[in-house]
Design a binder for this molecule. Structure first.
Ligand code: HEC
Ligand code: HEC
Length: 477
């Protein structure tokens, strides 16, 4: 909470004249409320347990400051990225959503990607010309954090479950829909490859799972799926007055974020780090292909799907604060009869088909284009990608520290202190075109962005043609 006043104080002078009196008043309100309550308190890892104001007063204060924070975030996104809807021709996700093309991270004035690639990290840092879209992406409201759902998912759950509304009164999701995975996503089961996509084009919820899966899953997997679809209390959605929904809330389900076992782009703030200005934004990863992975969580590195399932409920749902979890009604899962059931279902979620890959996970030269084959060659040689992303699933199941802080000085952006990420797990690249945005925090919007990013981080000096081919290859995975 202390950072809240610091963050906003920096943000006030950069406001332009067009901002209305209402927003200024909101900011003033926010500033005084936040500082009056918390500015004097020493640093703490804990969230306050005792409520110091009425629920109605809190709703009023948070609602009043909502527009100012939303504008702060949309200004940052517009400054960092080209957000236009520009789909690639002839390439689609499994159920037909187009994928976005082109480098979307904006270059600083007067420099090209080639010039940046020729410079030493220390010189880029000294000149302050590291593209801002390569910095950690702040949460839509970093100071507050928590789960924020895209509107299309909120609408679908309201339609299916009626009294469960995932709207927050204090903030909305920030990235445009065209950068998110298709909705609803396809579902492939390792146990029934003969069936293809078993989603029937529906968002699986507690209302329809039985009808969709009875006769396809065994009873244990069916019960695991039911548990993945049952709402349980969470930091922002619970029955206490310390919540961000207008009505007391039954909570969120695992598949509210990992929808159909993939992702809908729902964002969160990592529970593992304090203070809040250093906490990573997290983009929900797909659970497809969890079965070949050995490390779970971008940094947490839990060793099994079972451990991560239990950890989500007990810790991630409550920002890693068991005090708050107890107050809000944490759902303690029983290891043998619940955690294992959920994990068994997760472990049969398959990657989407990649028809151009052979049995070794390499391109089949009789099916691939010349550009795709050249891209594979760059991936395996000059680009050095395969050293960390080896076939067939394109992950080494390890973690790596890119030391991106070689390229920029620490600085506050919207309540987030841009700093090095530390070790992050190597995400698998199978099915990668269906899980944008990219990196653990979703800071990169397209595959082209990931290529530019890696090219600068690793100093591989790829040519424009090599980068283009590499993207063609990534789209085959
Ligand atoms: C905010 C929406 C959200 C909800 C709800 C949610 N998760 Fe997650 N899940 C995430 C995010 C974000 C991560 C990445 C965490 C990290 O990088 O530390 C994640 C990671 C995981 C992983 C590890 C994936 C990997 O590639 O490392 C598993 C397994 C998982 N979640 C299972 C579950 C289960 C089971 C539930 C329900 C108990 C659940 N999740 C509920 C967002 C969510
Ligand atoms: C030294 C190991 C290493 C090398 C070399 C490497 N990567 Fe990565 N890659 C990673 C790690 C670690 C991440 C996750 C980083 C993060 O989330 O912050 C990642 C993330 C990605 C992602 C995004 C994954 C996702 O789910 O968001 C893509 C795409 C990618 N790499 C492609 C490439 C390409 C293409 C190359 C070669 C030009 C390459 N990588 C080289 C380790 C590596």
């Amino acid at each position: 909470m202390k950072q809240q006043s610091v963050g906003m104080a920096k943000f006030i002078p950069s406001w332009n004249a067009r901002n209305t009196l209402v927003l200024m008043t909101a900011t003033f309100l926010l500033f005084t409320v936040a500082s009056a309550t918390w500015a004097q308190s020493p640093p703490t890892s804990y969230i306050p347990v005792i409520e110091t104001e009425s629920f109605d007063a809190r709703v009023k204060a948070k609602t009043a400051e909502k527009a100012a924070y939303a504008k702060r975030q949309s200004d940052l996104l517009a400054e960092r990225y080209d957000l236009s809807d520009n789909p690639a021709p002839n390439v689609k996700m499994t159920r037909g959503k187009p994928i976005q093309q082109g480098v979307r991270v904006k270059l600083p004035q007067g420099v090209s990607w080639e010039q940046l690639a020729d410079m030493k990290p220390a010189d880029i840092k000294a000149k302050g010309i590291w593209p801002q879209g390569f910095l950690p992406l702040p949460h839509p409201k970093q100071e507050e954090g928590g789960m924020v759902f895209p509107k299309f998912h909120i609408d679908e759950i309201k339609k299916q479950e009626i009294d469960r509304d995932l709207t927050r009164f204090d903030m909305d999701f920030d990235l445009p829909d065209h950068f998110l995975p298709e909705y609803p996503p396809a579902i492939f089961l390792t146990t029934r490859p003969d069936l293809g996509d078993v989603s029937q084009g529906k968002v699986v919820t507690i209302k329809n799972y039985y009808e969709l899966f009875n006769g396809i899953l065994n009873p244990k997997q069916l019960e695991g799926l039911r548990l993945l679809l049952m709402p349980t209390a969470q930091q922002q959605f619970n029955m206490t007055a310390d919540r961000m929904s207008l009505e007391p809330h039954r909570g969120v389900t695992c598949f509210d974020c990992h929808v159909n076992g993939n992702s809908n782009g729902t964002t969160h703030l990592v529970g593992d780090i304090r203070p809040t200005e250093r906490r990573h934004r997290l983009d929900t990863p797909p659970l497809r292909g969890a079965y070949i992975q050995r490390l779970f969580g971008s940094q947490r590195a839990l060793k099994t799907v079972e451990d991560f399932t239990e950890f989500e409920q007990r810790a991630a749902y409550f920002d890693g604060d068991p005090v708050s979890a107890t107050k809000k009604g944490v759902n303690i899962l029983e290891r043998g009869s619940q955690v294992h059931f959920m994990a068994e279902f997760i472990a049969i979620l398959d990657f989407p088909p990649a028809p151009k890959l052979d049995l070794f996970g390499k391109l089949d030269p009789t099916l691939a284009t010349a550009a795709e084959l050249r891209g594979e060659e760059v991936f395996n040689t000059k680009g050095r990608c395969a050293e960390c992303h080896p076939a067939p699933y394109y992950t080494d199941n390890l973690m790596h520290d890119f030391k991106a802080e070689r390229f920029f000085a620490e600085k506050m952006y919207n309540g987030r202190l841009a700093s090095g990420d530390g070790n992050i797990k190597t995400f698998p690249l199978r099915g990668i075109k269906e899980s944008s945005p990219y990196l653990h925090d979703g800071r990169l919007l397209t595959l082209e962005d990931t290529v530019e990013y890696h090219n600068l981080i690793f100093g591989t000096k790829l040519t424009a043609a090599e980068k283009k081919d590499l993207v063609e290859f990534l789209r085959c995975l």
